[in-house]
Every structure is written in structure tokens, then in C-alpha cells.
Design a protein around this ligand. Structure first.
Ligand SMILES: *[C@@H]1O[C@H](CO)[C@@H](O)[C@H](O)[C@H]1NC(C)=O
Ligand SMILES: *[C@@H]1O[C@H](CO)[C@@H](O)[C@H](O)[C@H]1NC(C)=O
Ligand SMILES: *[C@@H]1O[C@H](CO)[C@@H](O)[C@H](O)[C@H]1NC(C)=O
Length: 332
């Protein structure tokens, strides 16, 4: 059939019915199709309404802004149902993704030493550039504590106080709390063993500084002005490798911190709070177990220290692997 012939036939068939009737039929036809098309959509909407509550229940933990109570992020700690023996707070910067990843795989793993649970959370302030990355990271790990303050070195005190507040409000069942940094190796096995023999109230330990004075030299990184701290001497404080304390002190320090003017030296600030609480920081044991330098690695050395400093992510993995693999071997 040629095109012309087909066109003629079609024209003839259309002409055989009155024009107005044809338009009417077309309209009916279109409406039917439209309505039929809507039926699945309607069914879906009804089904969704009926099943809506189930959808919410199945979701993973996602805190509403009410539950966050001023935080941008709090961890899914499960502290109510599974109280940690040791809760580790790691101060970290946004870009330290590799450091956090290594810590999660090694000494900061959510795990048990014997019966005792260890969990690790990362402390962050706000930094617009990295916020989306942090939110994505936190969706996978749910181990970040974050508040809306500018994330700078001189806001470290705010960062640590945020961690204490979070422990006090959402994880007060923690028996001990440690504050440390992202460039540390922490032997959490040995630390757990040492802590098992310690008082679970008003206990505070770390690398102890007993007789320190503020530096009034403006060029020093640790310069403290007379306005910031008028006294000649600092109270005893623990510094440079982290500190460890009984869970009750998280709330106590956080509470009393509001009575003091802000001080940017976070470890000294915590020392001031302790003095006010009449808690004296103590040595963990008579031998030093906190190291602020990089300790050369050996299995036997690392079994009996708590911290070593300046540890890169790959070193954390290496040390941890070595220690795990040689668990059953003795040291002469
Ligand atoms: C964080 O604080 C800034 C100003 O201090 C404010 O503009 C911003 O809305 C706050 N963001 C959130 C999520 O609270
Ligand atoms: C600390 O954070 C606050 C709140 O975001 C900000 O206003 C302040 O500038 C920060 N301080 C420093 C020293 O960065
Ligand atoms: C902190 O202060 C609040 C209110 O003042 C009080 O209820 C709470 O018991 C205090 N917590 C600690 C650990 O001292």
C-alpha cells in the first residue's frame, strides 16, 4: 500500500463518523487511560499510609534534633544497654580521615577485653568545608561527637568539655573515660588491665605535671596572659599523652567548668577543675607508662606501656597487628 492510499483510507474512516462524536470518544478514551494509570499510584499511596509506622521502626538510629540536645552529632553508644568499662574520647581534626580509620581498626575498636567493653568516639567542632564528609563518615560509623563551635586549636578546651558533656548526658554508665589524641598509640589491653585495680570514683591519672608555671612570653605557643590566669603556679594536671579518669568525673568536671573563666590550655583547665573538686591526679603505677615521644616499637616494650606519641596511621596498624599476633608468646 502506498502512503497516499493509507492517508485516503484514514481520512475516509474519520469522515464516516460525525466529527463531534469522534472528539467526544477521544476525550472519554483519554480519561479512562488517565484514570487507569492512577490506580497503581493510589494503591501505592494507601499502602504507604498503612505501612508508614513500620518504615520508621526499621530505620537505623537517626537522632532528631531534640535528642541531640545542642549537639550536631552524638554517637550511637548503646551505653544504656551495654555499659562500657572504658570510653575513649579522641580529639581529632576534620581532615584526619586516615587517622580515624586506623584507630577504628586497631586500639579504638569497639570490642571487649575479657568482659570489659571498650568504645571510642571522635571529638570535632564545626568546619563548613568538611561538614558533608563528616556527616557521611558518621553515617557509617556513628562514633562522632560534634558541636557547633569553630574547630581551631585554641578551642581545644571547648572540644574536650563537649566530650565530657556528651559522656555525662549519654554515656554516664562508663566506668572509666580516657581523653587522647589522633596521633597516639594507646595500648587499650594493658590500660584495661591497669584500670581493673583502680578506684572507680574520683580517680584521675596520666602523665603528671606537678610544678608548672604559666609562661608570660608572648611568643610561646603556651603563652598565658595575666588576665587569663593571674596566679604564679598551675595546679597539678596531666598532659601531652592523654588522661584517664573515673566516669563520675566527666559530669563533675563538666559541671564545675562553668564556674571558671575559659582557658585555652585544655589540660591546665581540667587541672583547675580537679583542684576545685579536690581531686588529686595520681600516677598510674610507680613506673612511667605514658610516653609523649615516639617509642621505638618492640612487642615486649609496647605490651607494658599505655601511650606512645607521633604514631602514623600505618604504624598504628602495624603495631596492633604485631601485638595481636604475638599474644601467646612470652617476653624474656
Ligand atoms: C552554628 O552557629 C552559627 C553561628 O554561630 C549559626 O549561624 C549556624 O546556624 C549554627 N548551625 C547549627 C546547625 O546550629
Ligand atoms: C571558638 O569557637 C567560637 C564559637 O564557634 C568562636 O566564636 C571563636 O572564634 C572560636 N575561638 C577561637 C580562638 O578560634
Ligand atoms: C551537675 O549539675 C547538675 C545540676 O546542677 C546536677 O543535677 C548533677 O547531679 C551534677 N552532676 C555531677 C556529676 O556533679
Amino acid at each position: 500500500m502506498k502512503n497516499g492510499e493509507l492517508g485516503a483510507m484514514l481520512e475516509a474512516s474519520v469522515e464516516s463518523v460525525p466529527r463531534h462524536e469522534s472528539a467526544f470518544h477521544k476525550m472519554i478514551h483519554r480519561k479512562t487511560v488517565l484514570m487507569l494509570g492512577f490506580i497503581p499510584v493510589l494503591l501505592f499511596l494507601v499502602w504507604e499510609l498503612v505501612h508508614h509506622s513500620q518504615w520508621i521502626v526499621c530505620n537505623e538510629v537517626d537522632f532528631t534534633s531534640d535528642q541531640l540536645q545542642g549537639f550536631l552529632a552524638i554517637p550511637d553508644s548503646q551505653c544504656d544497654t551495654d555499659p562500657p568499662f572504658l570510653c575513649i574520647l579522641v580529639t581529632t581534626r576534620h581532615e584526619e580521615l586516615k587517622e580515624r580509620a586506623a584507630i577504628r581498626e586497631t586500639w579504638g575498636k569497639d570490642r571487649r577485653v575479657g568482659e570489659r567493653r571498650i568504645c571510642t568516639y571522635f571529638l570535632l567542632g564545626y568546619d563548613g568545608v568538611h561538614q558533608l564528609d563528616i556527616e557521611r563518615e558518621n553515617q557509617n560509623h556513628k562514633d562522632i561527637i560534634q558541636s557547633n563551635f569553630t574547630d581551631t586549636y585554641y578551642n581545644l578546651t571547648l572540644k574536650v568539655l563537649m566530650g565530657l558533656e556528651c559522656v555525662d548526658r549519654f554515656c554516664s554508665s562508663a566506668v572509666f573515660v580516657m581523653k587522647t589524641d589522633s596521633d597516639m598509640f594507646v595500648n587499650t589491653n594493658y590500660l584495661t588491665q591497669l584500670l581493673s585495680a583502680k578506684n572507680t570514683h574520683s580517680f584521675f591519672s596520666g602523665l603528671l605535671y606537678n610544678n608548672m608555671c604559666p609562661t608570660r612570653n608572648k611568643n610561646n605557643k603556651f603563652y598565658v596572659s595575666e588576665e587569663e590566669y593571674p596566679h604564679q603556679k598551675f595546679p597539678p594536671f596531666c598532659s601531652r599523652s592523654g588522661y584517664i579518669f573515673s566516669g563520675d568525673l566527666a559530669g563533675a568536671i563538666w559541671n564545675i567548668s562553668r564556674d571558671f573563666p575559659f582557658m585555652k590550655l585544655e589540660d591546665v583547665f581540667v587541672g583547675l577543675c580537679l583542684a576545685k573538686l579536690q581531686v588529686s591526679p595520681v600516677n598510674m603505677i610507680s613506673r612511667e607508662v605514658f610516653f609523649t615521644d615516639k617509642v621505638p616499637f618492640s612487642v615486649c616494650k609496647f605490651r607494658n606501656i599505655v601511650t606512645s606519641h607521633q604514631v602514623r596511621p600505618y604504624e598504628n596498624r602495624l603495631y596492633w597487628k604485631e601485638l595481636e599476633e604475638s599474644k601467646d608468646e612470652g617476653c624474656s
